[in-house]
Ligand binder design. Structure first.
Ligand SMILES: C[S@@+](CC[C@H](N)C(=O)[O-])C[C@H]1O[C@@H](n2cnc3c(N)ncnc32)[C@H](O)[C@@H]1O
Length: 242
């Protein structure tokens, strides 16, 4: 699966206890930045499929919040060159250095080092993406609200991430066992990743859902047990939400 010794060591050590989020993220990712893409290939499911489903059109403005190494640029081919602007925002300089390398030669791609809960683009976005980022953003309510505010009316948001269901899942949604709901937040929490029962319901509340797919990934590296993840695409209907 391509997990190098540096990546395994860092995952075992977990997140640092530095007081600031940027410091914690950089301490966690810097030692594994070179190996990040290869190591996450089989762990972070459904990224290409979500970008495909977002169906970006020539001339659109695309923003990824929590973009890391800018892997989404690979998923945007061949549409990438036709987009008006692609903005990759992240708080971790070590990962953004990889994104800068990847973006070299693409005049329409800009890389921004900022906290996505407070950053705001100069012009409204047509599409905003969170790819395995919401689970790492402590103030994820603010991050979703920021995405809502930066989208033009009619714009789309795409989210792919780990999650767990609520104790009583909403009608039509998948119900996870008590073991699944307890185990995954504990397992991932060590590395600063927090699968939540509230992200998906909040996204459904803020945006008009266009696509909701709930999945279970069976991982050979953890005795075949299932990790729940989802894909969400929603549309911003008007200028405000409750
Ligand atoms: C698991 S990585 C996902 C990276 C990339 N989207 C991908 O799919 O490979 C989560 C990313 O969220 C970033 N992040 C976490 N909190 C953030 C915040 N408040 N502002 C900006 N980026 C943040 C981390 O630095 C990290 O790059």
């Amino acid at each position: 699966m391509g997990l190098s010794a540096a990546v395994i060591w860092q995952l075992m050590r977990g997140q640092s206890r530095a007081p600031g989020l940027a410091e914690r993220l950089n301490a966690f990712y810097a030692p594994q930045a070179n190996a990040y893409d290869q190591s996450r290939e089989q762990l972070l499911h459904g990224r290409q499929a979500l970008v495909d489903a977002l169906a970006l059109k020539p001339g659109e403005r695309f923003v990824e919040l929590g973009a890391g190494t800018g892997k989404s640029l690979d998923y945007l081919y061949p549409t990438l060159a036709t987009l008006e602007q692609v903005t990759l925002v992240d708080l971790c300089p070590a990962l953004l250095n990889q994104a800068k390398r990847r973006a070299a030669g693409h005049a329409n791609v800009q890389i921004i080092e900022a906290d996505v809960t407070t950053w705001c683009p100069a012009q409204p976005a047509d599409v905003v993406l969170f790819s395995y980022a919401l689970t790492m953003i402590p103030d994820w309510f603010k991050a979703i609200d920021a995405a809502f505010n930066m989208l033009r009316p009619g714009g789309r948001i795409g989210v792919v991430d780990f999650y767990v269901s609520r104790r009583c899942a909403e009608p039509g949604a998948r119900q996870h066992s008590v073991l699944t709901r307890a185990f995954w937040p504990l397992w991932f929490g060590h590395d600063g990743v927090h699968p939540s029962a509230d992200h998906l319901p909040y996204l459904r509340n803020v945006f008009q859902p266009m696509l909701v797919h709930e999945h279970m990934a069976h991982t050979a590296w953890l005795f075949g047990s299932g990790v729940p993840w989802y894909q969400f695409i929603g549309q911003k209907e008007d200028g405000t939400h409750d």
